[in-house]
Design a protein around this ligand. Sequence first.
Ligand code: ADP
Ligand code: ADP
Length: 228
Amino acid sequence: EKFVEVKNLKKVYDNGHEAIKNVSFSVKKGDLVCLLGPSGCGKTTILNMLAGLLNPTSGDILFDGKSVVNTEPKDRQIGYVFQNYALYPHMTVLQNVMFPLTVGKHKIAKDKAKAIAEKYMKTTQIMELADQKPGQLSGGQQQRVAIARALVQQPKILLMDEPLSNLDARLRLKIREEIRSLVKEVGITTLFVTHDQEEALSIGDKIILFNNGVIQQDDLGQNFYLEP
Ligand code: ADP
Ligand code: ADP
């Protein structure tokens, strides 16, 4: 049942700042869980440790029952959508989405990579943007490219760090609905980081409330009240 399990996780940065203090939580397979908390409370630090971009100071991270703490990011089967999308500016949309399939030891042939990329570009509705460069796209379009690129490798876990924060208010509502349907359609286990309570309530199956490097409340369903 516990697909992602975080046990007594702690992160002290090199400058001595204790960003994560003994945090434990778990995520069920197929769930969309929101990590909710104010800026600076440690949400990105947690995602980076899950992705293998940052080593925990202590504690354990398990995927499907196995510890991943000493494994490489590329061996973790994670898709990561960064806050600023981090698209490659010199590549077209198609090349961006194909990219993860065409590098590394698991790289596959170009025509096959293109077919897989196009499948996810259809799902995220960016087929007509295939030959454009990221600089020509709106925030919402770039966001879809980033999601398609995160999904092409069929990761087991999707990490999204404030993926809506660069969008205007109207687009934010529209895209968050799309993200929820997409995640449910693909069936991927997802951790979605946000500082926006309303957003967390609308998109999450479950909410974990953080503050100051600790969990304040876990397993919040849809019927809870937070002090404003
Ligand atoms: P959030 O994603 O919730 O905004 P972060 O995980 O980015 O929070 O940061 C948590 C805390 O750790 C913040 O106080 C931040 O300033 C600090 N921090 C982040 N990265 C570093 C770092 N490389 N070195 C020292 N402190 C850091
Ligand atoms: P976020 O937008 O997620 O809150 P920040 O803007 O706080 O992220 O930080 C951006 C990057 O700068 C992070 O990846 C973090 O590693 C680094 N960083 C943040 N705070 C510090 C810090 N106090 N010292 C060193 N690096 C930091």
